[in-house]
Design a protein around this ligand. Structure first.
Ligand code: NAP
Length: 277
């Protein structure tokens, strides 16, 4: 699988899996663990989670799904903005490590901008890196202005990634943020790449999916992955969804496909506030 190289030199596979809305209900745990294990069996090595997901439930679920395979995985988690003070970050990271039953995270993100001064959060992240608790740090839901401010903060240049909403139906990041991140070697992690489902019913997507002999989801994912430096983390519990998403790696969209998708789901014509829904 194609990989993106982080500032640390670590390599991250471009296609992973997300875990939002997992770990919320005990009765669904077996299906969720099975979905993650299936993804790993099919070659996935990137897993995204957060202390927020199921209030720790997703991380606990992952400890079961990743058991015995942790060293093969690039593992990402996120800290709540209300835990983003110096001591708050250090304590939240320890809790995440405990729930995940691991001794380090590969990437730790501030989930969205909050009221704690970013310098303080960066300081805590740097302490975690020095202590070997995390390998890299980054942010999520930061717009272009917030990324510029972050880059000016002490050690802000060490930010490895910005995780933002990006899919065919929401292309605002194409106006400026994607370019800015590429120029500063900040990996973009596209979240909700399937638009959480409804996007996949768009006729334009279906037509191109039929042409390539795949499901619309594979087209939506291949489209996000057409940018160098962008990776993505679709969430799927149903086995047929997990399998369909893997096919994105085989799809090569041509100029005609991209033109048809631009016509149906156009790029931004002006700067837009960062979408988070
Ligand atoms: P998504 O991945 O765009 O969509 C997930 C939905 O699509 C689920 O309902 C899933 O159903 C369905 N699906 C998956 N594969 C499919 C397929 N091949 N065909 C049809 N439907 C399919 O949405 P998301 O969960 O919001 O985003 C992905 C991940 O990004 C999250 O899980 C999370 O890790 C991360 N995220 C981060 C933030 C942030 O603020 N940083 C915000 C949102 C999400 P089943 O589960 O039933 O298979």
């Amino acid at each position: 699988m194609r990989q993106v190289t982080l500032k640390s030199g670590d390599k991250v596979p471009v296609l992973g899996v997300g875990t939002w809305r997992m770990g919320e209900r005990k009765g669904e745990r077996a299906a969720e663990v099975a979905a993650i294990k299936l993804a790993l069996d099919l070659g996935i090595r990137l897993v995204d989670t957060a202390e927020m997901y199921g209030e720790g439930g997703a991380e606990e679920m992952l400890s079961e799904a990743l058991a015995g395979r942790r060293d093969e995985i690039f593992l990402v988690s996120k800290v709540y903005p209300h835990n983003a003070s110096r001591n708050g970050v250090l304590a939240a990271c320890e809790r995440s490590l405990k729930r995940l039953k691991t001794d380090r995270l590969d990437l730790y993100l501030l989930h969205w901008p909050g009221s704690v001064p970013i310098e303080e959060t960066i300081g805590a992240f740097e302490t975690l890196v020095k202590g070997g608790k995390i390998k890299s740090w980054g942010v999520s839901n930061f717009d272009a202005g917030q990324m510029a401010a972050l880059a000016r903060a002490p050690d802000g240049g060490n930010c490895a990634s910005n995780q933002v909403l990006y899919h065919l139906g929401s292309r605002g990041v194409e106006w400026k943020l994607l370019d800015d991140c590429r120029k500063s070697n900040v990996m973009v992690m596209a979240y909700s790449p399937l638009g959480q489902g409804p996007l996949l019913r768009k006729p334009a997507l279906k037509a191109i999916a039929d042409k390539h002999g795949v499901e619309p989801a594979a087209i939506a994912l291949a489209w996000v992955l057409r940018h160098p430096g962008v990776i993505t983390i679709p969430k799927a519990v149903k086995a047929e969804h997990v399998k369909a998403n893997m096919k994105a790696l085989d799809v090569k969209l041509d100029a005609e496909d991209l033109k048809a998708l631009d016509a149906a789901l156009p790029p931004p014509k002006r700067a837009e506030p960062l979408d988070m829904t």
